[in-house]
Design a protein around this ligand. Structure first.
Ligand code: PLP
Length: 418
């Protein structure tokens, strides 16, 4: 893959070498080579991650933080080692890195623990029109419970956040702002550092949904300015069932636990229960140990390739996809024009054909895409469509796979006699 900009960092391995690390990419679907373009839903897993899961379960399996036998000590060291890897990757202290099931749980943790403690009747929470339901529903729930109010920051015609309108909402004095770093539908990359400055100047805290950004962008919590940042491993070439919440230490210290049970207590008596220190306070019960360890491996894998190089490759391929999609008549493409503030996500609608029909015909061509509202129903209302078809790219995708998508789309037009 040729980088377009001379400054774009190159991947350290060829695309063929990278693809060879993903066993699933050799599959055929309906007799056609698989073109997996549904990475926004979940990414495929490299051998490093598959083998980390396998190795842990074969050789080290035990519960963590409990036994004093060798296997338990090994499992604990591997689990905590994974935390250190993910924390270092995010520029966070390991006490600021809570393992959770996914981004959804991370956001619910903040809403339940911080929100129920700090929000009161009449308080305002800003969310944006491009949010995934994971960064809306928890805030709606806590707002309902507390009598707080949700304000919706609008998007402009290009699918970018309207920062002037956002600034006006900040004048209403919200306590909290909740924003996706990268939109899962539009591919828009929001300027989080600027949003953090604006949010803090207005006296509010910033919660960032990083489900789509973590697989693409280098993140440093000390520079970015988010107070809470949610990520999910399965979109970052890791397993399902594990994600992480970054939270600023002074905030997490003050927050009550989310889930009560084993491992999250300091002491339990009949009269009084006290909480464990961070991060254990937020990790009640046996955690997904194998998954956390494989998450650490996934982070090591992307770090070795380098996120700037992954991002540059995806931006280049997204530009090619946008160019080629423009050749297909009757398509409306959503989101900003090709460029650095657009990740490798391309959503579109075809006049007269439902997204599900498009997706089904593409599947016959071996092309996996997502069709539907993408858990972003407010955004669909803003875009004026019930659903879109979404092609979402990862580091292993190729121009040939984009061409396969275009051939499939031209076939959709033939099938529907358009
Ligand atoms: C922007 C965004 N936020 C949150 C999520 C939720 O991620 P998870 O299902 O892993 O919790 C997704 C998943 O599609 C997403 O795209």
């Amino acid at each position: 893959m040729e980088p377009t900009a001379t400054t774009a960092p190159a991947l350290p391995r060829s695309i063929d070498e990278i693809r060879a690390e993903f066993p699933i990419l050799t599959r055929e679907i309906h007799g056609k080579p698989l073109a997996y373009l549904d990475n926004g839903a979940t990414a495929q897993k490299p051998l490093a991650v598959i083998e980390a899961l396998d190795r842990y379960l074969r050789e080290h399996n035990a519960n963590v933080h409990r036994g004093v036998h060798t296997l338990s000590e090994e499992a604990t060291a591997m689990y905590e080692g994974a935390r250190a890897t993910v924390a270092d990757h995010l520029g966070a202290d390991r006490r600021e890195l809570i393992f959770v099931r996914n981004a959804t749980e991370a956001l619910n943790l903040v809403a339940y623990s911080w929100g129920r403690t700090n929000l009161a009747a009449g308080d305002r929470i800003v969310v944006t029109e491009m949010e995934h339901h994971s960064n809306v529903v928890p805030w709606y729930q806590v707002a309902q419970e507390k009598g707080a109010h949700l304000d919706w920051a609008p998007i402009d015609g290009d699918g970018r956040l309207d920062l002037d309108a956002f600034a006006q909402l900040l004048e209403r004095g919200p306590k909290l702002v909740c924003v996706a770093h990268v939109s899962n539908v539009l591919g828009t990359i929001n300027p989080i550092a600027e949003i953090a400055r604006m949010t803090h100047d207005a006296g509010a805290l910033l919660v960032v949904d990083g489900a789509q950004s973590a697989p693409k962008l280098e993140l440093d919590m000390t520079e970015l300015g988010a107070d809470f940042y949610a990520i999910t491993a399965h979109k970052l070439y890791g397993p399902t069932g594990i994600g992480a919440l970054f939270g600023r230490r002074e905030l997490l210290d003050e927050m009550p636990p989310f889930i009560g049970g084993g491992s999250m207590i300091r002491k339990v008596t009949k009269e009084l229960i006290t909480w464990a220190d961070l991060p254990a306070k937020f990790e009640g019960g046996t955690p997904p140990i194998a998954e956390a360890i494989a998450f650490g491996e996934a982070v090591r894998w992307v770090d070795e390739l380098g996120l700037p190089a992954i991002h540059a490759a995806e931006v280049e391929l997204a530009s090619y996809a946008l160019e080629r999609i423009a050749e297909v008549p009757g398509l409306t493409v959503f989101g900003p024009p090709a460029g650095d503030d657009r990740g490798g996500i391309v959503s579109f609608a075809m006049d007269g054909v439902h997204a599900h029909d498009i997706s089904e015909i593409l599947d016959r061509h071996g092309v996996a895409v997502r069709a539907g509202h993408h858990c972003a129903q407010v955004l669909m209302q803003q875009l004026g469509v019930p659903a879109t078809t979404r092609a979402s790219l990862a580091v292993y995708n190729t121009r040939a796979e984009v061409d396969q998508l275009i051939d499939g789309l031209l076939d959709v037009r033939r099938v529907f006699e358009l």
